[in-house]
Design a protein around this ligand. Sequence first.
Ligand SMILES: NC(=O)c1ccc[n+]([C@@H]2O[C@H](COP(=O)([O-])OP(=O)(O)OC[C@H]3O[C@@H](n4cnc5c(N)ncnc54)[C@H](O)[C@@H]3O)[C@@H](O)[C@H]2O)c1
Length: 303
Amino acid sequence: MVGAGVMGHSVAQVFATAGVEAWLVDVDPAALERAMGLVESNLKTMARFGRVSEADIPAIVGRIIPTTDLAAAAREADFALETVVEVPAVKQEVFHRLDELCAPGVVLASNTSTLDVFSGARVSDPSRLVYAHWFAPPHIVPLVEIAPGPETAPGVMEFVAALMTRLGKRPVVMKQFVPAFIVNRIQGAVQNVVLEMLAQGWAEPEEIDLAVKSSLGVRLPVVGVAQTLDFTGLDLIFDIMKARGEINPLIEAKVTRRELGAKTSRGIYDYDGRTEAEILAERDARYLRVLAVLEEIDVFRSI
Ligand SMILES: NC(=O)c1ccc[n+]([C@@H]2O[C@H](COP(=O)([O-])OP(=O)(O)OC[C@H]3O[C@@H](n4cnc5c(N)ncnc54)[C@H](O)[C@@H]3O)[C@@H](O)[C@H]2O)c1
């Protein structure tokens, strides 16, 4: 890991927890000291919730090697991930140096949230560059979004997806890089709508959050955002679009083919001929389990 801030320390912890030696590089020795302190305290929290054993903490911490010496770390690396500041010139320089210092074939990954780091990268082998975008805090949130740069080799994508799986993460592979990947694009759209509601004074922040937690909060963990359309019914969504004068060709094509969602066993997803009752029974069993957890941890009362 190059960059030992909010993301780097925690990603190093994930590698170390999975039994992998992790070099943690930063230009700032104080950042390394802070990082190692945070790893210790993160691991204590993980132990409290049974995610690591208390007895293993010293060994996990011992597998992280903090250093300001990029060359020493790069010489040892089988995989490199930059988690430095979101500044294009800094990232490009890091990749230039990693490309010089790491052995041939070592995969070089970027944790950028938004930047097109690899177009015009000054590296000898652009086929080994890949995006691997983690979510804070990386030692808890399972997702890593993986996307190719302009010349990334297919084998590199497969390698990184397998590596993330080995670490206990849930990789989602995108067909191409787009700034903000999947989740931050969705989150950005949601943020804009929320900020508009607040600016217009349509609801208080507490009401907005309670509304989201007590509706989307129950559904999103089970059906996500694409599959939720199948439970609304694509015919209803199409009627709403027609009333607004905004036709979406994907929805129009599906409605024309009578692929309306769970009610016809095919919509955005294909339910393999299962009946509507079967699909809804499985959905509801999961909704009820989510609801029980949300109630148990008291999410409808704000922090
Ligand atoms: N913070 C988040 O929630 C989050 C989530 C996903 C992705 N990201 C992305 O991860 C990256 C890092 O974000 P962060 O929040 O951890 O930043 P941060 O500011 O907490 O940490 C960045 C670290 O990089 C170090 N650094 C700067 N230049 C360096 C260099 N040339 N070599 C080595 N170290 C260097 C800094 O000293 C600092 O410790 C960014 O690209 C960001 O967009 C952040």
